[in-house]
Design a protein around this ligand. Structure first.
Ligand code: NDP
Length: 290
């Protein structure tokens, strides 16, 4: 089974558009998402434009703030403070990476946890780890939707998550644990990774190394979620031409897996859809908490 994230994201977006329109009718204002981009990193420009565009297509008031690459840390912190204080703003997202002269942690920790739609604030990470309602990072939530689509029974399953970043590996492990999977988190110091992966009923790869996970690391019938997005040179193509591959050697793994996400078209498209869901959730919770 090929887990089609593009199609799943589309149906999620349709459902969300209806929910956003009900929210707006009920509260007399649309949910608001403010995205901050510092600098001109080409990938970040594409991501932030897509976030603003998708928000507006769904009826969310999406605003993109572009700051120059030499914007000072104080300028970024002052903008976050201003958005924290603005009652019409439900979600604040600071696109990473930030230029080197700005302390990423300082900026992320200033965001009001109730508006932290990326779920990167330590308060939200702690709530998630405690099994309490939290704003959860978008890519891990997307992974869980894809696992639900696969139909795999997570309770009692052995899930191996390769990668322990705060953005993907750790939160996806928490979400799997909350679904009663037995979770192993692997990283660069893990011994005999191939053998560990072969014991996984559910294998989540979030490593950032092109096609590192080979087909014979996959247990026959396992569900494989490939979070990796890596650009590699296109064989036989013009110099400079690239293609996208995941962290899993897709053709090899597809032959053994019961279900697998492709790259592109798997986890990637789910991330923005889940960001929109987080924005609506943040808006709904903020109003309910008054
Ligand atoms: P990080 O670089 O923050 O983390 C990578 C993790 O992989 C680390 O925990 C690292 O271990 C581990 N690792 C590195 N090399 C090995 C190895 N040889 N064996 C085992 N583990 C290893 O990456 P992210 O979590 O931010 O992203 C992972 C991938 O997911 C990237 O390709 C990224 O582009 C993609 N991504 C995709 C998104 C989407 O929307 N689809 C969103 C976010 C990320 P250690 O901690 O020991 O260094």
């Amino acid at each position: 089974m090929i887990l089609d994230g593009k199609k799943l994201a589309e149906s999620l977006r349709e459902e969300l558009a209806a929910k956003v329109s009900a929210f707006t009718a009920k509260h007399g204002r649309a949910p608001g998402l403010e995205v901050i981009l510092v600098g001109e990193d080409p990938a970040s420009q594409v991501y932030t434009r897509n976030k603003e565009k998708t928000a507006n297509e769904l009826g969310i008031r999406g605003v993109l703030h572009r700051l120059p690459v030499d914007a000072s840390e104080e300028t970024v912190l002052a903008l976050v403070k201003k958005l924290n204080a603005d009652d019409a703003v439900d979600g604040i997202l600071v696109q990473l990476p930030l230029p080197k002269h700005i302390a990423e942690r300082k900026v992320l920790e200033l965001i009001d946890p109730a508006k932290d739609v990326d779920g990167f604030h330590p308060m939200n990470a702690g709530l998630l780890a405690s099994g309490l309602p939290a704003l959860v990072p978008c890519t891990p939530v997307g992974c869980m939707h894809l696992l639900a689509l696969s139909g795999v029974e997570l309770s009692g399953a052995h899930a191996v998550v390769v990668g322990r970043s705060n953005i993907v590996g750790k939160p996806v492990a928490q979400l799997l644990l909350a679904k009663n999977a037995t979770v192993t988190i692997a990283h660069s110091k893990t011994r005999d990774l191939p053998e560990l992966c072969r014991s996984a009923d559910v294998l989540v790869a979030a490593v950032g190394r092109p096609e590192m996970i080979r087909g014979d690391w996959v247990k026959p019938g396992a569900v494989v979620i490939d979070v990796g997005i890596n650009r590699v040179p296109l064989e036989g193509g013009e110099p400079g031409k690239t293609r996208l591959v995941g962290d899993v050697a897709y053709d090899e793994a597809k032959a053994r897996a019961g279900a697998i996400t492709p790259v592109p078209g798997g986890v990637g498209p789910m991330t923005i859809a889940c960001l929109m869901q987080n924005t609506l959730d943040a808006a709904t919770r903020r109003i309910a908490s008054r």
